[in-house]
Design a protein around this ligand. Sequence first.
Ligand code: SDX
Length: 431
Amino acid sequence: MSKNSVTIVDNRNGNQAEFDILDPTIGSPAIDIRKLHGELGLFTYDPGFQATASCKSDITYIDGDKGILLYRGYPIEQLAAHSNYLETSFLLMYGHLPSNVEYHEFVGIIKRHTMVHEGLKQFFNGFHHDAHPMAIMVGVVGAMSAFYHDSLDINNPRHREISAHRLLAKMPTIAAYSHRRAYGLPLLYPRNDLDFIENFMYMMFAVPSEEYKVDPIAVQAMRLIFILHADHEQNASTSTVRLASSSGANPFACISAGIASLWGPAHGGANEAVIRMLEEIKDPDEIPKYIERAKDKNDDYRLMGFGHRIYKNYDPRAKIIRQACYDLLEIMDNSNQPLFNTAKQLEKIALEDDYFLERNLYPNVDFYSGIILRALGIPLNMFTVIFAMARTAGWISQWLEMMEDKEQRIGRPRQIYTGAAPRDFVDLSKR
Ligand code: SDX
């Protein structure tokens, strides 16, 4: 019996088997249960995968108890302070910080992929004028597989890299167009003289009738938002991308599935839901009423922006974003100050309440990110679109890693069947 193993004994019949323990670089070891059903005829049951590792990954590490987040071993606090989104995207994709040459070559490649096929631009006219930009993004990103045929051989590493570059580069263009369509504004071509974030802000807000002035304060705030949202290990949308890709489906369709999963209010849709909640609360005196609703088991109301499957401590991204809110609202028009005040008051009250403390319900990244986006003039229905743009770096990196992983197979979970026992068909005349 090796010491780095567990023995499972089935007490119903005394059968037992030994299972290896797989050790990580840091974090919790895992029991390799791949032969569990073969040895003991048993499945494991873990709805929501709270204790189940779906893969091995070198990309991101989270310690929920200590509030730690690392991208390829680098603390999120250091990347937030010193990096930019494309440098962080390179790090997530290739596993190391780029050299000067690598960085400028990568920036050049991404710049040359920012335009979308003119035929794809027609799609935006087909959506209803008040379509939610996330609905547009799901549709248009999925449709990319109808245009970029030359990079769809997922077994060709070069094709995978080109598809990853195309997705990273075109998401800001698609996102901006998803917004512009609703307001009848012209779809502006990307500009290669601007950097990644400046270009997005230009395509979002510029009008042809006057020169567009880049706002360095807004760009700096968006840089932070993008870095903090770039990846987060096996969250729901990333797991969706991995599961969809495990059947060999093309990357554009799989990232579209990830966007759809991110849209849910329990996941990436929370930043939009947080602002709607804060606006509904309006007066901080109303907060106790909402706290009581969130605690009431007969009410499915939840405080948006609170709680996390992994973080049972402060989400390190929330701490960074919270400080950025303070700094930004100091220097920008503080019409959003009341919203921020309500958020801080809600946070204070919640974190003094046993219900939240006992369940380790701390503010997550979405609790404050929406206030920054609101202060930057980003429309509310674009908040999750921003999240999807930023998370594209993580989705494509996780996809590239999975496609190289020799242990990965088609994702096909089992179940505990609780339906009817076998029974014979009864003819209609006898029913
Ligand atoms: C993101 O996975 C990731 O990494 C995601 C993400 C990323 O970067 O990809 O970090 C981004 O999605 C952040 C989370 C954004 N979502 C929200 O802010 C929505 C509100 N939060 C919840 O819906 C909830 O906290 C989740 C979905 C985030 C986590 O859900 P879990 O882990 O399944 O926790 P749970 O539902 O089992 O809750 C445990 C207890 C329950 O009470 P009891 O049954 O034990 O009595 O905590 C309660 C829940 O009712 N609870 C809340 C609550 N969140 C959990 N009660 C009130 N308000 C809340 N927000």
